[in-house]
Write a protein that binds this ligand. Structure first.
Ligand code: BJW
Ligand code: ZN
Length: 255
């Protein structure tokens, strides 16, 4: 159960300061049935993400890596945004959100109506040819894996960011600019162990930005970076937080 006085404090500050950037991770989609990477439900068969989400793993065994992605695509295809995703899109409608910077590849923020979404690690529905760079978008999980390039016959890979690969330059620039414009960073459902995404809350804090975190348990960021830790499920805490923000907004406009 989230600590009520803390929820209230966070809401009051968000209503007063405005300009929120949300940094989201797998935990926000956990309530939509999408498995996280780490922790209890976080493993696929016996593999860790560090063993599958790498260019080396793909070179060694493209089929195995594609099996993992197809399994996830099947889950994501059935998943619907949850109240946590909708609460963030509501924050945007209220004019309080600079952008959502997400590490997720599932597209659920956009499905919930969020417009300003920066995808740091790509999107699971896109693939690109390792030979000629041709890109395509899947509408459903591919039947034949590994998929082949319709243009040159080369091997296609998921158009996502693996360990050892750089974040797309535009996405990183936008994420940093958004962070620097913000007065609050809302960190939701991320273990905070993967860089450079985990740098953003530090950049925020060093810039004097309030860091509010929502997670079911403390993350690698909580002790060092977070100002207000709201313990609980994103699908539960975020809607309550946004309702409370609205209450404070009404109070300031009517006084
Ligand atoms: C809930 C919940 C509920 C559960 N409600 N909460 C600095 C220091 C150390 C290492 C490095 C460093 N800089 C770079 C590195 C290396 C590496 C790295 O970070 N390694 C660490 C693991 C040690 N980083 C990279 O390699 C990055 N690239 C790079 O640095 O390039 C440099 C370069 C420059 C120029 C040229 C060449 C290279 C790239 C990292 C890419 C990460 N990719 C993945 C896969 C993406 C595609 C895919 O989805 O398959 O991204 S790995 C995986 O981890 C995925 C995620 O986006 C990412 C983060 O995971 P996330 O979202 O935090 O999920 P979990 O599962 O870890 O946590 C879930 C959380 O939710 C938990 O806290 C739960 O408690 C919580 N939760 N239910 C609220 N209901
Ligand atoms: Zn090709």
């Amino acid at each position: 159960m989230v600590d009520e006085p803390l929820l209230d404090k966070a809401a009051r500050l968000i209503a007063r300061l405005g300009r929120v950037t949300a940094l989201t991770g797998a935990g926000i989609s956990a309530d939509s049935g999408v498995p996280t990477f780490r922790g209890r439900d976080g493993l696929w068969r016996r593999f860790k993400p560090e063993e599958l989400a790498t260019p080396e793993a793909f070179r060694r065994n493209p089929r195995l890596v594609w099996e993992w992605y197809r399994w996830r695509m099947e889950i994501i295809a059935k998943a619907r945004p949850n109240p946590g995703h909708y609460a963030l899109s509501e924050l945007e409608r209220l004019g309080l959100l600079e952008c959502i910077v997400t590490q997720n590849v599932d597209g659920l923020h956009q499905k919930a109506g969020s417009k300003r979404v920066v995808e740091l690690h790509g999107n699971i529905w896109r693939a690109r040819c390792v030979e000629c760079g041709y890109r395509l978008v899947f509408e459903k999980p591919p039947d034949d894996i590994p998929p082949r390039c319709p243009r040159c016959g080369g091997l296609m890979r998921p158009d996502v960011v693996w360990f050892g690969e750089p974040i797309p330059e535009d996405a990183w620039r936008e994420a940093v600019e958004c962070t620097l414009r913000s007065r609050v960073m809302l960190v939701v459902g991320t273990s905070g162990v993967v860089y450079p995404a985990a740098l953003l809350p530090r950049i925020a804090r060093d810039n004097g930005t309030l860091v509010v975190e929502v997670n079911v348990e403390p993350s690698a960021l909580t002790e060092e970076v977070t100002d207000i830790f709201l313990q609980g499920r994103a699908a539960d805490v975020l809607p309550r937080l946004v309702e409370r923000v609205k209450k404070y907004l009404r109070a300031t406009t009517s006084s």
